[in-house]
Write a protein that binds this ligand. Structure first.
Ligand code: ADP
Ligand code: MG
Length: 254
């Protein structure tokens, strides 16, 4: 990654101890730290060195990386939404993507998930190039888009069956039952999506992202607009899911 490394000992709204790397003006990536650390300056320095090391290794050993972004820029007409952004994420890491509205978080996530192309630069997910293998990458990546777009007129299970069909899952009934349990949707599973509270809608969004058991999860503002209780629950859920997957999530709450 380029530029300045920022550290904050305990970040307001996120449950993990983190290190922060500034990618461009307002876009920051935060890595979950392997051990606890305090405000002690020498510890901070240690993590600065640690992250420099991680980042230098990551460009040399890309095969072992879950996500590699190298020098990615994105232009919307005249406007540069991303300017030479580089970072890499190891399998199993939970990383946060921070920045105010307009910083480029959603743009970066749409590029990683193959929904829009970068203007320049390289993106690899699970060792595959996004330009060469977009479908293979989609099959191994779960994506919760910003604003959690859902079909409000569909029933929860009907919607999950629809998603299972998209991914051609072998035993959809069993998989849907399991995922409903994983995200804690049991009591709401027979309702229409539109009838659910915001927190439960978010669980449906997570369920669709997880249904095909992807190795990588990309969650764009998964906790925005939730009340404090829902927020705690969804964070806990992401942490639980993240124990086995690479997770990249964004937030504008800094
Ligand atoms: P964030 O998710 O951090 O709020 P975005 O990636 O949505 O940021 O947006 C980054 C910048 O790119 C913003 O200035 C936004 O207005 C602009 N932008 C995003 N999508 C488009 C688009 N489809 N066309 C033109 N400009 C866009
Ligand atoms: Mg956004």
């Amino acid at each position: 990654a380029t530029g300045l490394v920022l550290f904050k000992p305990l970040i307001l709204n996120l449950p993990f101890k983190r290190a922060w790397i500034r990618l461009q003006e307002s876009l920051i990536i935060s890595y979950q730290l392997p051990v606890d650390f305090t405000t002690n300056p020498s510890t901070v320095l240690f993590f600065y060195e640690y992250l420099k090391l991680v980042n230098s290794l990551s460009t040399k050993r890309q095969q072992s990386m879950s996500i590699v972004v190298e020098g990615v820029s994105k232009l919307y007409g005249e406007q540069k939404a991303l300017d030479q952004v580089s970072f890499s994420i190891k399998p199993g890491e939970i990383v946060g993507f921070l920045g105010p509205n307009g910083a480029g978080k959603s743009t970066m996530m749409k590029i990683i998930t193959g929904f829009i192309p970068a203007s320049s630069g390289k993106v690899e997910v699970v060792g595959l190039n996004i330009q060469n293998d977009p479908l293979k990458i989609k099959a191994r990546t779960g994506y919760l888009a910003e604003q959690n777009p859902l079909y409000y007129d569909m029933y929860v299970k009907e919607y999950l069956h629809f998603i299972a069909g998209v991914f051609k899952l072998k035993s959809p009934n069993k998989r849907i039952k399991d995922i409903i349990e994983t995200v804690g949707l049991e009591i709401e599973q027979n309702k229409k999506i539109g009838a659910l509270s915001k927190g439960y809608k978010q669980r449906v969004g997570l369920a669709q992202a997880l249904l095909h058991d992807p190795e990588v999860l990309i969650l764009d503002e998964p906790t925005t607009g939730l009340d404090p209780n829902q927020l705690e629950e969804i964070r806990g859920l992401i942490k639980k899911i993240g124990a086995k997957k690479t997770v990249m999530l964004s937030t504008h709450i800094m």
